[in-house]
Design a protein around this ligand. Structure first.
Ligand SMILES: Cc1cc2nc3c(=O)[nH]c(=O)nc-3n(C[C@H](O)[C@H](O)[C@H](O)COP(=O)(O)OP(=O)(O)OC[C@H]3O[C@@H](n4cnc5c(N)ncnc54)[C@H](O)[C@@H]3O)c2cc1C
Length: 336
């Protein structure tokens, strides 16, 4: 059997490894847009903060995957799927046939179409390359505006703060983490983070972007008419699942690639896992979910498991000294 896995993040690497363990005679080919192999995305804020070395982020290099019997193709992406011929075409212009195809292309950072965005330099944090760009810019930038006060936005803001920048977090909602915390808990978190030196603008969104007073500085006008300029403008406004090239070959997509409890897409022998997949209408966008799905798919395709029902995952905030459970406790201990 020949299995192609497209995407070498947590979902794809885990699936490739599990497939090779379960089916040692199968040819498992792993294509990845990145060249460095699997790395710990969740530690990128620590890397930006200077708390972890670049090489410590790498969890499985292409060579390490090869040593496990997986044929790795770093830097070569899946460009086109021909479901009838059971063939893919890659960015290197090569064609490969498959018996099973696993789509694990993950997601991109979402950048909202703010007026004037094409005139300025902006940042996101999704990849190691993004982190390197932020580190390079923060060598000279003194301040940053982070658009989006979700878990990742707060972690990225904290990392830049730890590099010594003055950081303002802008959140459209009028309180922090409304999906994770109630109003009293949000207020405690705001107090703690403000006390630790982060600045906040709540209840506003970015309305227009313009070049600032110096090269690479960005002037943001907010929905309430206020204006702020910064050396780094970082968007942390959620993710967009990578639905191409699946969508181009007729696979059913919604916000992500629609898959069932066996990770089967609407086309036979094509499966989707991780941040690019939507199961029961949900994409978790979480490391542990990508791992669980990769392992489960490896077992399902080997006939060791029938189907996968996702647990409910609870994301955490990784800012040293600030735990969501402590925030909840502090809030409930406060007199009303
Ligand atoms: C900064 C940051 C912090 C995070 N912190 C946490 C956390 O604390 N807890 C948590 O649970 N989750 C966290 N996450 C989310 C978690 O990292 C992701 O949910 C997880 O990495 C998803 O894995 P994935 O393999 O589905 O996708 P990805 O990690 O996006 O990997 C997809 C891979 O596919 C490649 N690819 C894309 N298109 C193609 C193509 N056409 N052909 C070949 N390869 C392709 C990409 O280059 C990439 O290597 C964090 C994410 C980020 C960015």
């Amino acid at each position: 059997m020949k299995i192609i896995v497209a995407g070498g993040g947590q979902a794809g690497c885990t699936a490739a490894k599990r497939l090779k363990q379960n089916l040692p005679d199968a040819d498992v080919l792993l294509f990845d847009a990145d060249t460095c192999g699997l790395y710990a995305k969740m530690r990128l804020p620590d890397y930006i903060a200077g708390k972890v070395a670049r090489e410590k982020l790498i969890l499985a290099s292409p060579e390490a995957m090869r040593a496990q019997g997986i044929e790795t193709h770093p830097g070569e992406t899946l460009e086109k799927i021909d479901p009838a011929a059971k063939e893919i075409r890659t960015s290197a212009g090569r064609s490969f046939s498959w018996d099973k195809l696993v789509l694990a292309g993950g997601a991109d950072a979402f950048v909202p179409p703010v007026k004037g965005i094409e005139r300025v330099k902006t940042f996101t944090l999704r990849t190691l390359h993004d982190a390197d760009r932020l580190i390079a810019r923060s060598e000279t930038a003194e301040d940053a505006v982070v658009i989006g006060g979700g878990l990742l936005g707060l972690e990225a803001a904290w990392a830049l703060r730890e590099r010594g920048l003055a950081v303002t977090v802008v959140e459209f909602m009028n309180r922090l983490l409304p999906r994770q915390l109630n109003e009293a808990e949000s207020a405690v978190l705001l107090e703690k983070l403000s006390g630790a030196g982060l600045h906040f603008r709540l209840g506003v969104s970015a309305a227009e972007l313009e070049p600032g007073s110096a090269p690479d500085r960005v002037k943001t006008t907010f929905s309430d008419g206020s204006v702020q300029e910064a050396g780094i403008l970082l968007f942390s406004a959620g993710i967009r699942s990578r639905i191409h090239p699946a969508a181009d070959c007729g696979i059913q997509v919604n916000k992500a690639i629609v898959a069932d409890h066996r990770f089967q897409t609407s086309l036979p022998d094509i499966h989707a896992i991780g941040d690019c997949a939507e199961i029961d209408g949900r994409t978790w966008g979480l490391w542990v979910a990508a791992k669980d799905q990769g392992e489960a798919l490896g077992d399902i395709l080997a006939g060791k498991r029938d189907s996968f029902v996702s647990p409910v995952y609870a994301p955490s905030l990784k800012i040293s000294g600030i735990q969501l459970k402590d925030i909840r406790q502090d809030a409930s201990a406060k007199p009303q």
